[in-house]
Design a protein around this ligand. Structure first.
Ligand SMILES: NC(=O)CC[C@H](N)C(=O)O
Length: 222
């Protein structure tokens, strides 16, 4: 499986995602945001966490206008996979590849701690390594993680089984406790928690590993 990890000015989890993907068996290339094409044969685009463009305007809003994002949109249109973690999730909503928006945390403060999540669905190539209803622990680190969408959109996400993860104890005010959502074709996942920060026992937990292993397993022959 070939993965492209995007790097924006202010990304700070790009290398962590690359390490997690490589450990799961992926071939990884780092791609600077000024590129206009993805490397040939890219199966998965990973949009990492961080503070792209210093979070000016809105988190992810400027990064979503980067030259590389045109290529990401075309990749997704062709049915390619994309994984947006934290700031990457914010970029994917700004690009409208995922519904909704990430607003300021309800408590205003930056949250940096480990949260218990509930897996909403195992029916995706990102979550097939978990079981629905499973509780996992992943770190969060954000100030704009408060997921918002219209009631109709939220009903649709839930009805179509596209809520990938919810918080056991909602830390940021997210609508319906949502921590991560899937696109309609289930090939784009955005989530605020950081699975790449939980892939090694030295991280204090390995509950994030299944995301990367599920993907590599599903795309092994791709
Ligand atoms: N860790 C991250 O990716 C943080 C995303 C964004 N800068 C926020 O604070 O909400």
């Amino acid at each position: 499986m070939r993965a492209a990890v995007l790097v924006f000015p202010g990304s700070n989890c790009d290398r962590d995602v690359a390490v997690a993907l490589r450990a799961a068996g992926a071939q990884v290339e780092m791609v600077w945001h000024k590129e206009t094409e993805l490397p040939g044969g890219t199966d998965l685009v990973a949009l990492p966490g961080g503070f792209s463009y210093g979070d000016y305007l809105r988190c992810g809003a400027i990064a979503a206008q980067s030259p590389i994002c045109g290529a990401v949109a075309r990749h997704a249109e062709r049915g390619g996979y994309a994984l947006g973690i934290c700031n990457g999730f914010q970029v994917l909503t700004e690009m409208r590849l995922l519904p909704g928006a990430l607003m300021r945390n309800a408590g205003i403060t930056f949250l940096c701690r480990t949260e218990v999540l509930i897996v909403g669905t195992a029916e995706s190539d990102f979550t097939s390594g978990y079981s629905a209803g499973q509780e996992i622990a992943l770190p969060v680190a954000h100030h704009d993680g408060n997921y918002a969408a219209s009631e109709a959109e939220l009903d649709r996400l839930e009805g179509e089984g596209r809520v990938a993860f919810t918080y056991a104890e909602n830390p940021n005010g997210s609508a319906r406790d949502i921590a991560g959502v899937l696109s309609e074709n289930r090939r784009v996942l955005g989530l605020m928690p950081h699975p790449e920060r939980a892939v090694d026992t030295a991280h204090g937990g390995t509950d994030g590993q299944a995301v990367f292993r599920s993907l590599v397993g599903a795309l092994a022959d791709a």
